[in-house]
Write a protein that binds this ligand. Sequence first.
Ligand code: CTP
Ligand SMILES: C[C@](O)(CO)[C@H](O)COP(=O)(O)O
Length: 237
Amino acid sequence: MRAALWVIIPAAGVGKRMQSTCPKQYLRLADNTILDTTIERFIQHPNIAGVLVGISQEDEYWCQSKWRQHASVHTFTGGKERCDTVQKGVSFLSQSCLIDKNPMVLVHDAARPLLSLAALNRIIEHESDQGALLAVPVKDTLKQQHQTSLKVEATLPRERIWLAQTPQKFPVAALLAAFEQAQREGVVVTDECSAMERMGWQPDLVLGDSRNIKVTVPEDLGIAEALLPHMLATGAL
Ligand SMILES: Nc1ccn([C@@H]2O[C@H](COP(=O)(O)OP(=O)(O)OP(=O)(O)O)[C@@H](O)[C@H]2O)c(=O)n1
Ligand SMILES: C[C@](O)(CO)[C@H](O)COP(=O)(O)O
């Protein structure tokens, strides 16, 4: 019987790039908010113990979440950067009675509501002593911008280039130590994997899903709205 995993969902951002009136995780996506849609990906999964949602100290929206009173959903206060929020979540989990020993934990962006069940199962079932993350190989040709103009400086080799997604899966204790080390060195890491790489870990790449988009800029919401009904109708979610 596989041990049930806790999921940390960083949801304390302001969504600057979305240019929306509310933090993007609280924008509507069909009948729910983006955040509630993301939580739904995990809450009924048999291998998920529960969800820890990192929200901003100034959050005024969580009180309307459909999951706010669910027994397996807990909140904690996030931080200035995504890595600060995740570090607080891992610290919360490690000090809580929710876990014993040193289990793996999943970290998944609130802004990625369209995580397919197949991709979630791949990361849950992937066994590795180096941790793992969902990612997709780059499909486009890569251009590097000139330093001082919007001109092509170079075309970069795209073999062995992957775009990182979430969930990312690591042991609680090692992940906390990695974030604390990055914090001590004043380094702002943009994902869990890079924090672990800095500690010498070599995480496994697990095939994600191109539909597992991070809703970041305004057009991403339209893409998510177009994808959601199709993914529901085909049983992908
Ligand atoms: N201090 C922060 C910043 C971000 N996040 C979360 O991390 C995820 C991915 O970050 P991103 O897409 O960059 O979200 P924002 O930081 O809100 O976006 P922006 O950079 O445009 O402000 C989001 O679910 C966001 O809510 C967080 O929990 N705490
Ligand atoms: C964690 C992540 O989604 C992997 O691609 C990405 O690094 C988040 O970056 P953001 O700038 O915080 O959205």
